[in-house]
Each structure stands twice: as C-alpha cells, then as structure tokens.
Design a protein around this ligand. Structure first.
Ligand SMILES: [Fe+2]
Length: 312
C-alpha cells in the first residue's frame, strides 16, 4: 500500500479511542473499504468512547445488555420497541432531517409515524373527515404553494390525525369507523384546499415496555402535543410529510419524538360562538420545494443489505 492509500485509509478510519478499537480498525483495513465497514468502525469507535468516558462496572454493562434484550423481546409485527427507542432518543427525527433537507422557506419534513394509511379515498374539497362527528369542530383551510409563493393546483393533500381522545382510527378499529379522521383532497387551480374535522388531542407513546420504563427512570415524558399529520405531493416537487401542531398544547415544548419546529406550530383559533358546538379554525400554508436530483449513495461498495445467513 502506498502513502496516498495509507492517507485515504486513515481519513476513512479515524483514530481509535482504545487499543481494542484500534485493533478492530486495523482488521477492517485488511478487508477493504465499504459502507458497512465505515459504519462498523464508527459504531465501535463511538461505543468505545462511551465506555472510556463512563467506565461502567460489569453489573452496569449487564444491565445495559438486559435492557437491549428486553427491547428486542417487546418488538413484534404490531409493536416496534426499537423504533420507539430511536424516536425518544431523537434519532428518527435526526435521520429525517438529514435525508429530507428543506431550503429556507419550505415547510420542514418530519417523520410520518406509525399511523399513516395510503388507501384513503379522495374526497371533494370541503368534506368532513370526522366520520363519527365526535369532538369539537375544526375548520381547516390551507394552500399548497411553491417556494416563490405560487399556488400549486392539483396537488394531493393527505391528512390523518388522532381523535378528541388522542387515538387513531387504526388503534381502535372496533370503536372508530373505517378511515375516521383521514382524508385525501386535491387542491383547486390556485392551490387551495379545505376540510372539516375535529380538534385532535395530544397523546402519549406506549409506556408499558422497557423504553417507557427507561423514560420514567430518567424523569422524561412520552407526550406528543396535539397535531395533524399531512402528506402533500405534486408533480416536480419533493413530497412533503409533516405535522402541524397546536401551539397552545401544554406539551408543545416536550414532544417525545422531537417533531416540533417553529414553522410547524399553528394557532387553532376559537371562533365566536354561533349557537352550536365550539368551533376552531386553522389556516396554513404548506410550502413545497422542487424535486432534487437523485444523489449518489455515500461510499462505493454498498454492503448494508447483509442477509441473515451472512450475519450469523
Ligand atoms: Fe400523530
């Protein structure tokens, strides 16, 4: 190996933080470069730095292993405790930020969360997505626009939300009608859309598993402030997946999954009494940015997709 190659390898495998991590790097270097090797190196280096800093006892190390084992035991087809762990540590939100950057002025992207459904039928503008009519009315008017401000006609606006008790339709299929509080609309020629719904309530993430126990031990909550989810797609523009939060929700500063951003906080305005139910109004602009050209994946030889057989 010549000096230039040595330098490139050193850049790719930065200085290790323990003799074991150093040896791990040395062994990796003999195997050639790959995205997987770079990730393994970074993980080992980060974990060794953590161990060097915290100096855990053997018992503490065993407790950490037991916790991770328990997280695995809680994860199944209906309940993904690993995703929950990534969410409450802010990792899911960070990954979303990195993979879906938005220019200044565009509505920020957020995680979709576990309750999205893609099979909701389209409704006419002005439709009511509350199929059981339970809750305080919320009239939503909005516009889908490009960065320069022009309205985008024909954009598809999907919305989904929890009900007035903080529960999604697919969390309690026996109590809520199919597609309750879910809608799909197409903007008019000026980019406008509107629909009627009910004011959503905030909710808590599951607290009965190891992640909930960890958060409780840390004194941290699992609350999510009240919000509507949106997904907006239009030809030639990046699909936007985002939340709009009720800025008056008491939990607005402590969203358990770090989805709240200043641009995503809105006022759910209480309208003057008009004889009937309390009614709120929400007006919003959803700003799309032009579609990016596909970027090349980092690194050359992509070995992320390791089969089960090769990992045992
Ligand atoms: Fe949600």
């Amino acid at each position: 190996m010549n000096g230039q190659q040595d330098g490139a390898q050193r850049d790719r495998f930065p200085k290790a933080v323990s003799t074991q991590a150093e040896e791990f790097s040395r062994r990796l270097e003999t195997m050639g470069q790959s995205r997987l090797a770079a990730a393994a190196q970074a993980a080992v280096q980060g974990l060794h730095a953590l161990i060097t800093e915290l100096r855990p006892s053997s018992d503490e190390f065993r407790q950490a292993i037991d916790f991770l084992t328990e997280v695995g035991h809680y994860a199944d087809a209906r309940r993904q405790e690993w995703v929950l762990l990534a969410d409450v540590m802010g990792m899911s939100s960070l990954i979303e930020d990195q993979n879906s950057p938005r220019p200044h002025g565009a509505t920020p992207n957020t995680v979709a969360g576990p309750f999205y459904r893609s099979d909701v039928p389209e409704m006419p503008l002005g439709g009511n997505i509350s199929r059981d009519r339970k809750g305080e009315l919320l009239e939503v008017t909005g516009r889908v626009v490009a960065l320069a401000g022009e309205g985008l006609g024909g954009a598809v606006v999907e919305v989904w939300q929890a009900n007035a008790e903080g529960l999604y339709e697919n969390q309690e299929p026996d109590r809520q009608p199919e597609f309750n509080l879910r809608g799909r609309f197409r903007t008019d020629s000026q980019g406008h859309f509107r629909f009627t719904t009910v004011k959503p309530k905030g909710y808590s993430l599951p607290s009965d598993g190891p992640v909930g126990q960890l958060m409780s031990a840390l004194g941290l909550g699992l609350e999510r402030p009240a919000h509507l989810h949106f997904r907006v797609s239009a030809d030639g523009f990046e699909t936007l997946t985002t939340h709009i939060f009720d800025r008056s929700d008491p939990a607005i500063d402590r969203d358990a999954i770090f989805g709240v951003k200043p641009e995503l906080m809105a006022e759910f305005r209480l309208l003057p009494p008009n004889g009937g139910k309390r009614t709120y109004a929400l007006d919003l602009n959803l700003v799309l940015c032009p579609q990016r050209r596909d970027e090349q994946p980092l690194g050359g030889d992509d070995r992320w997709h390791v089969s089960a057989a090769t990992t045992t």
